[in-house]
Design a protein around this ligand. Structure first.
Ligand SMILES: [Ca+2]
Length: 398
C-alpha cells in the first residue's frame, strides 16, 4: 500500500490521539505498511551539541548532521530548543518574542527556523540511490515584523558527492513545498506536508533553500521539524480470499517477497523475486502476512483467508445390524453445509449413512455459503462381514 503523498495537509495528531492509536494498533493486528529508512539524518534535530545563544546566527550547525552556509558567524538557519532545565534557546528571543512560547517542535524539543534566502543542508544517513521517494516535514510560519508573510516556499536540491556544499544546482532541484500555515504561541499546530520526488542521480546531501521573494517583500519566518525522506515502497493492497485459493500479489518495483514468521501455515511463493507472483497453499483460515522488501524498505501485505476449516471425518463400517457404512463429520459446526465426495450429497448434519460396503475413499468439504473448505481426511467403507451363523438347530428326538 502506498504512503500518503502530495500536498495533503493534515494537522499533527495530539499525544492523546497517538497513544489511543497505538493502543488500537496493539489490539488489532494489522500489516506494518511501508517501513523505511529515513535518509535524513537527525531529521528531528533532537541531537545537538550546544545550547544556542541568541547572539549567534547559524546555530543549526549545532544540530548533528545539519549545517548552514553562513556558519555561526552568519545570520542563517537557527536551531531552536525548548528543554527547561537543560536549554531554552533565547535566539530568536530578541527578535521573535512569540516563538519562545512554543513548548517544543512538532516532535521533541528541538526544531529549525529560518527566513527567505536562508538555507540548510543535511548530510544523509547514507547515499540516496536513484528512485522514487516521499519527503515529509512538519512546518509553520511565525509572524513577526518584518517577516509578516503567511507563506513561504521551500526548495529541495540533491547534492552529489562531487558537488560543493550549498551549490543548489538548478538541474538538481528535486522538489518544493509551500508552507502557508501560521504557528504561534497560541496555535502550536504544526502541519505535515509531503511530496514525491524521483531522482536519477545518487545524492549524499540534501540542501533546503527558503526561496527568495521579490524585492521589498520581507517574506516569512519558517519553522520546520521532523524531516523524513523515505523510499516509496508498495507491496500492493491487502486482499481477502477463500481458503484453498491462490492470490496474485501486486508489489511495485524490484524486490523480494517473503513470508512473515507466524503465519497460520506455510505457503508457496511461486517466484519470490517477482512483485506480481502468485502465492498458494492457504489451507487454513486466518490472516497471513507477506513482506515486500525493496530498496531498503519493507511493506507488509495482509492476505485474509476466510472459510471453514477442513472437517475431520470418521467411518462406521457395515455390520450385521446395519449392512451399509457411514461417514460422519466430527464436531460439525452449525451453519455449515457438508458435501460428500464422491457422491455430491450435502447436508448440515455431517452424517452420510447408507454407503455401500467396500466403497470410497470418501472426503467431505464444508461450505459457509461463500467459501469451501479444503477436503477432509479420506475414509473408505469396509467390506460387509457378518460372522453370526444363519444355521438353524436340528434336535433329534430318539
Ligand atoms: Ca524535533
Amino acid at each position: 500500500m502506498q504512503q500518503i503523498s502530495v500536498s495533503v495537509n493534515f494537522p499533527k495528531w495530539g499525544t492523546k490521539h497517538l497513544i489511543a492509536a497505538l493502543i488500537l494498533f496493539a489490539a488489532t493486528t494489522t500489516a506494518a505498511r511501508a517501513q523505511c529508512i529515513n535518509f535524513i539524518a537527525n531529521g528531528s534535530m533532537e541531537t545537538y551539541t550546544n545550547c544556542p545563544n541568541f547572539s549567534n546566527g547559524g546555530t543549526i550547525n549545532y544540530a548533528t548532521n545539519w549545517k548552514t552556509i553562513g556558519g555561526l558567524a552568519g545570520t542563517y538557519g537557527q536551531l531552536l530548543v525548548y528543554r527547561p532545565g537543560e536549554c531554552i534557546s533565547n535566539k530568536p528571543v530578541s527578535s521573535w518574542a512569540a516563538s519562545t512560547a512554543l513548548t517544543g517542535g512538532s516532535d521533541g524539543t528541538n526544531w529549525l527556523g529560518g527566513h527567505n534566502t536562508e538555507n540548510w543542508q543535511n548530510t544523509l544517513t547514507q547515499p540516496l540511490p536513484p528512485g522514487n521517494y516521499t519527503f515529509y516535514l512538519d512546518a509553520g510560519n511565525v509572524i513577526n515584523s518584518p517577516y509578516v508573510n503567511t507563506n513561504s516556499t521551500l526548495l529541495f536540491y540533491g547534492v552529489k558527492s562531487t558537488d560543493a556544499d550549498f551549490s543548489h544546482i538548478p538541474a538538481q532541484l528535486i522538489g518544493s513545498v509551500v508552507v502557508d500555515n501560521v504557528i504561534s504561541a497560541t496555535n502550536q499546530t504544526w502541519v505535515t506536508r509531503s511530496f514525491n520526488i524521483t531522482t536519477t542521480e545518487t545524492y549524499d546531501r540534501i540542501e533546503i533553500l527558503n526561496a527568495p521573494v521579490v524585492p521589498g517583500n520581507a517574506g516569512a519566518y519558517t519553522y520546520i521539524d521532523n524531516f523524513r525522506l523515505t523510499y516509496t515502497v508498495s507491496g500492493g493492497p491487502d486482499t481477502t480470499i477463500c481458503v484453498g485459493a491462490t492470490t496474485e500479489m501486486a508489489g511495485a518495483g524490484s524486490g523480494v517477497w517473503s513470508e512473515k514468521p507466524g503465519n497460520p501455515t506455510s505457503t508457496t511463493i511461486t517466484d519470490p523475486s517477482s512483485g506480481t507472483t502468485t502465492i498458494s497453499g492457504f489451507s487454513t483460515p486466518g490472516v497471513y502476512y507477506f513482506i515486500w522488501t525493496s530498496n531498503g524498505c519493507t511493506d507488509e501485505v495482509a492476505v485474509t483467508v476466510t472459510g471453514p476449516s477442513a472437517p475431520v471425518i470418521a467411518v462406521t463400517d457395515p455390520s450385521c445390524a446395519v449392512p451399509t457404512g457411514s461417514i460422519t463429520v466430527e464436531s460439525p459446526v452449525s451453519g455449515l453445509t457438508y458435501t460428500l465426495s464422491p457422491g455430491g450429497t450435502s447436508n448440515t448434519t455431517g452424517v452420510f449413512a447408507g454407503l455401500a460396503p467396500a466403497t470410497g475413499p470418501y472426503t467431505v468439504k464444508a461450505s459457509d455459503g461463500t467459501c469451501n473448505s479444503a477436503a477432509s481426511n479420506a475414509q473408505s467403507i469396509g467390506a460387509f462381514e457378518c460372522c453370526e451363523s444363519d444355521a438353524g438347530t436340528i434336535t433329534i428326538i430318539p
